[in-house]
Design a protein around this ligand. Structure first.
Ligand code: HEC
Ligand code: HEC
Ligand code: HEC
Ligand code: HEC
Ligand code: HEC
Length: 289
């Protein structure tokens, strides 16, 4: 950089560097800071029942329950097979659903979380790395704020500190807002379906939302995920699934269908179709994942 214009360019660069800390403001550098900003502990005192239910759910273990495959993804996928850096963009391919709060982590914290995930995969219950990662999960703030912006296009990004709920009852404790989207299947489908990252290289765990749409809704099923997994039998925030016999039993039934005619394109063919099948009564394909 020489000549008359140099000072100007340097000045511009300096401005840019000075501006950087402002853009990184709000990025958390330690698990402690991040876990505090997204703490579910604060909710416990007032929403005790909900907190207890959620604590027993798989959402509360969404990182520590996935460590084995997470380690494979980091150690074998990223590092060996694809020769990619372990950075935010890559880790969010998993964490976008397993711990969305990591979007607010600094690059150094992302590196630390990846290191902890690899270490924790080899640890027993109660290990140090595992205990740190237990603090990251699909928790209250993730669902009632971060992911509540299903209607982002219409209503803008979620407002920090405001909790979006099915009724949005007012309280002096914190801001609330009514969100119809939170009670829709699409809300769950954000994570329980195929997600296409910006570079369109799809990594997915489940295509359950797609089977819900294509097999269940398309055949006249009317219930939402919340109706079967939360409202039915007061299941609430336990959201039971394939690990709980009470709901697995509901998914299996013996159904007998008899039909007097068979419709083939262009002609009616009289026939009797009787099919007795061990069928699936869940609102989607099972098993999944
Ligand atoms: C679009 C959201 C999404 C993305 C992206 C995603 N997952 Fe998942 N993952 C899920 C959901 C939802 C389940 C639960 C599936 C079920 O039980 O139907 C799950 C289940 C799992 C499980 C099984 C846990 C168990 O109960 O045994 C592992 C392991 C896992 N994911 C690891 C990963 C890894 C590693 C990545 C990144 C390469 C990743 N996931 C990316 C949503 C996602
Ligand atoms: C996986 C996403 C998810 C998580 C995690 C979650 N919620 Fe919810 N919550 C919902 C949904 C969806 C509803 C609406 C349920 C319905 O449609 O019947 C709801 C309803 C509520 C309600 C109003 C109804 C009621 O049961 O009182 C409160 C309050 C609430 N959640 C607080 C919390 C708190 C506190 C936590 C953490 C301990 C939490 N939620 C964790 C998704 C979640
Ligand atoms: C000091 C008590 C207190 C604390 C702490 C608190 N809440 Fe609440 N919250 C309330 C009260 C009271 C309501 C009004 C509705 C009710 O009576 O259940 C409410 C309503 C809500 C609703 C809206 C439910 C609806 O009507 O749609 C959500 C969602 C919610 N809280 C989430 C949270 C989350 C997440 C946390 C933790 C980050 C939290 N709350 C912490 C007292 C509290
Ligand atoms: C932020 C992403 C996210 C959202 C939103 C979300 N989930 Fe999940 N859910 C997960 C992940 C990740 C797991 C897997 C946890 C594990 O086993 O490691 C999971 C696990 C589950 C399971 C247990 C799966 C099993 O194999 O038994 C059920 C059931 C479930 N979710 C239902 C719901 C319903 C219903 C909603 C909407 C009210 C919802 N989830 C919203 C991410 C999410
Ligand atoms: C008509 C009721 C019904 C509806 C609607 C429904 N589910 Fe289920 N779901 C079930 C039953 C029953 C099971 C247990 C069946 C089994 O696992 O064998 C189940 C299992 C699951 C599991 C565990 C799957 C596995 O095998 O790993 C997840 C995750 C889940 N549901 C999420 C959802 C989501 C997300 C939606 C909405 C897109 C939804 N469900 C809609 C009834 C329903």
């Amino acid at each position: 950089m020489s000549g008359k214009g140099g000072g100007g360019v340097r000045f511009f660069l300096l401005m840019f560097l000075l501006a950087l800390p402002v853009t990184v403001f709000g990025e958390y550098r330690t698990i402690d800071e991040l876990a505090k900003a997204y703490s579910d502990e604060a909710c416990k005192s007032c929403h005790a029942r909900v907190h207890e239910e959620w604590s027993s759910s798989y959402h509360a273990r969404s990182v520590v329950n996935s460590l084995g495959i997470l380690r494979e993804f980091i150690e074998v996928g990223l590092k060996k097979d694809w020769k990619k850096p372990v950075n935010r963009e890559e880790l969010m391919r998993c964490m976008g659903c397993h711990a969305p709060q990591l979007k607010d982590a600094s690059e150094s914290l992302i590196g630390e979380v990846a290191r902890l995930a690899v270490a924790a995969a080899g640890e027993k219950e109660g290990g140090e790395a595992r205990k740190s990662l237990e603090r990251l999960s699909v928790n209250c703030v993730v669902c009632h704020n971060t992911m509540a912006g299903v209607e982002r296009n219409l209503k803008g990004a979620p407002v920090p500190g405001v909790y979006y709920g099915p009724a949005g009852k007012a309280t002096p404790a914190h801001g609330t807002r009514k969100s119809a989207a939170l009670t829709s299947s699409l809300f769950c489908g954000q994570c329980h379906g195929i997600y296409t990252p910006p570079d369109r290289e799809i990594v997915f765990c489940t295509s359950l939302y797609e089977s819900y749409q294509d097999a269940y809704r398309a055949n006249g099923g009317l219930k939402s995920c919340q109706e079967c997994h939360m409202r039915a039998k007061g299941r609430g925030h336990r959201t039971p699934g394939s690990h709980q016999a009470e709901i697995v039993r509901e998914g299996i039934g013996l159904e007998v269908d008899a039909a007097g005619v068979r419709l083939t394109p262009g002609q009616w063919t009289p026939a009797v179709l009787v099919s007795a099948t061990l069928s699936n009564r869940a609102g989607h394909r099972t098993p999944d994942g």
